[in-house]
Design a protein around this ligand. Structure first.
Ligand SMILES: [Ca+2]
Ligand SMILES: [Ca+2]
Length: 205
């Protein structure tokens, strides 16, 4: 998928930690990311969960119409990096932000279930909200109902569009699924879009 380009994450002794798909960056504490290709969108080294250990977060860009922006989250403890989360979806963007002002940062990861066409990229939208808890990245979607209210108009428009109805009806069940999952989060019950992804993928088997 990456056509062999990438970026190497090493520790201060230049010991290999991991490949990342990206550009050049040298952090003053000795984190080195060596470029072999692509584009680094942004990175940060900060304490997301207030446990006095910093985390490395980075987003990359893979060229192409699918708009894939791989996102990585690493913990850094005892001078070692550990991959906690890797997200690679179509038309994606990650934002690290404290949504509820409790001092703990959330990762808001927006993406499309498919990058195969313009309609899919614009309307098969979803977002997951991640947080570090006890050293693990977990989804906490239902703790942020307001985030899911803003997705409903996209699905409603796709489900009721008279203009070019055939076009949208092609993925009617997927839009219904996404709407149901968003509504669950709005009502405080956890849901992600993995079931909807399966419905979408089943159509192309
Ligand atoms: Ca931390
Ligand atoms: Ca927070």
């Amino acid at each position: 998928m990456y056509s062999g380009t990438g970026l190497i994450l090493t520790d201060k002794n230049n010991v290999f930690i991991s490949w990342l798909p990206e550009s050049e960056l040298i952090y003053s504490k000795g984190i080195q990311i060596k470029s072999l290709g692509d584009v680094l969108d942004w990175w940060n080294f900060e304490d997301l969960d207030n446990d006095n250990n910093k985390e490395l977060v980075a987003q990359f860009a893979i060229t192409g119409t699918a708009g894939v922006h791989p996102f990585y989250l690493y913990s850094y403890q005892n001078e070692k990096f550990k991959l906690l989360l890797k997200l690679i979806e179509a038309r994606s963007s990650a934002e690290v932000i404290d949504l509820d002002n409790d001092g703990i940062k959330e990762i808001v990861y927006k993406y499309a279930l498919s990058g195969s066409g313009n309609r899919e990229r614009e309307t098969l939208r979803w977002k997951d909200i991640w947080r570090l808890e006890n050293g693990k990245a977990i989804k906490v979607n239902n703790q942020f109902p307001a985030e899911y209210k803003e997705l409903l108009p996209i699905y409603n428009k796709s489900l009721t569009s008279e203009y070019n109805a055939d076009f949208y009806q092609y993925d009617y069940m997927v839009y219904e699924c996404l709407k149901e999952k968003a509504e669950l989060n709005i009502s405080g019950r956890f849901a992600d879009a993995e079931d909807c992804r399966e419905i979408y993928n089943d159509k192309y088997k």
